[in-house]
Design a protein. Structure first.
Ligand code: MN
Length: 359
């Protein structure tokens, strides 16, 4: 039996809302995922790419990765890392920071090309791992279709599979991918995607059915795979809610948002509160919503790291006026004043009468 631990998309260096705290969070989440993986005592650990958020990681991020892969190695686990789109500058695989891990003797990568097949011996079984880094879709497709499952146990890991899972190549004991940040596992097909090790993009990664997990696969030469999954919680609490302010005046909308923010509660300090504000309002209401004041309120009262109001509301433009007799100045002025609520139309007409007569 060969035990494989599969994680992905750690995006070391990503800073949601440009918060330096989030960079530290990313490192903590990655450490948590690696330590969980090690606790299962796997033979092999695979990371399917976007280990770094940028091809030029900070020294802190590079050192975090090196220290953790050293820990993996010291635990007697062989590590394999595929290069994701974020790890790369163009298609220059050799200069990816991921390759530094291979240079340091800590992990196997695809080094200077998009594809590499590696053979390792585990308990007398010949295990073949096909690694496919990020690259042009067409080439990725070809590399995947050309990978030959000729070992005792055959594994395929790609940053992304540019095919429907049902159309994936046959003969592999397990196929793993990254890129998508939400967990997905099809035990029938033997294909899995752990999702990211932390929340990178809240819009796509928080909400019903969206989770991130460590996938542990026990593969035997003959017989079914046995899967164990463990949820990877972000180290920071997120609270995301939605509010519709359609039909509210400026004052009301502001108060409504104030109340909403006051009701958000966190188990611990330093949470991230996000309120998506939707609806259709007029420009006066738009001006009456003081975002900075509301955001400061969340940070003060809820001890959040950040309270963020996402302005998804639509603002109505100027309303069209209906003039029944466009060539009659008096009627038109009257209708305009009435429809734009500018006061008593008679007063306007008093001022205008001498002007109209002169013409
Ligand atoms: Mn990614």
């Amino acid at each position: 039996m060969v035990r494989i631990a599969h994680i992905s998309d750690s995006h070391l260096g990503a800073a949601m809302f440009q918060l330096v705290e989030r960079k530290e969070d990313m490192r903590k989440c990655f450490r948590q995922a690696v330590e969980k993986a090690i606790s299962y005592e796997p033979d092999i650990l695979v990371h399917t790419g976007d280990l770094f958020d940028s091809h030029e990681p900070s020294p802190e991020d590079l050192q975090t990765a090196i220290a953790l892969f050293k820990k993996v190695k010291d635990a007697g686990i062989r590590a394999f890392v595929v290069q994701g789109n974020h790890d790369l500058v163009g298609r220059r695989w050799a200069v990816s920071p991921v390759v530094s891990l291979e240079r340091a003797g800590l992990a196997y990568t695809t080094i200077d090309s998009q594809y590499r097949a590696l053979r390792v011996n585990v308990d007398g079984s010949k295990v073949v791992l096909h690694l496919v880094s990020w690259g042009p879709e067409k080439t990725t497709r070809r590399l995947i279709s050309e990978a030959r499952p000729n070992g005792d146990i055959n594994l395929l890991f790609a940053h992304t599979l540019p095919i429907r899972w049902e159309e994936s190549p046959l003969g592999f004991n397990y196929i793993g991918e990254g890129h998508g940040h939400n967990f997905r596992l099809d035990k029938e097909l033997g294909i899995g995607r752990p999702g990211s090790t932390a929340i990178v993009e809240w819009r796509r990664e928080v909400g019903y059915g969206r989770t991130r997990k460590l996938i542990v696969i026990d593969v035997s030469k003959d017989g079914e795979n046995v899967y164990t999954t463990e949820k990877l919680e972000d180290v920071r609490e997120f609270n995301i809610s939605k509010i519709d302010i359609t039909g509210h005046s400026g004052e009301e909308a502001h108060q409504y948002l104030r109340d909403k923010i006051a009701k958000i509660s966190f188990k611990s300090n330093g949470g991230i509160a996000i309120v998506q504000v939707v609806g259709t309002i007029d420009s006066e209401t738009d001006e009456a919503i003081k975002r900075e004041e509301l955001i400061a309120l969340g940070e003060k009262d809820q001890n959040t790291l950040i309270s963020f109001l996402e302005p998804n509301w639509d603002v109505l433009g100027a309303r069209p006026f209906k003039l029944t007799k466009p060539l009659d100045v008096e009627t038109s002025v009257k209708e305009y004043v009435e429809q734009s609520n500018q006061g008593n139309p008679e007063e306007f007409l008093e001022i205008l009468k001498p002007l109209i007569k002169k013409r």
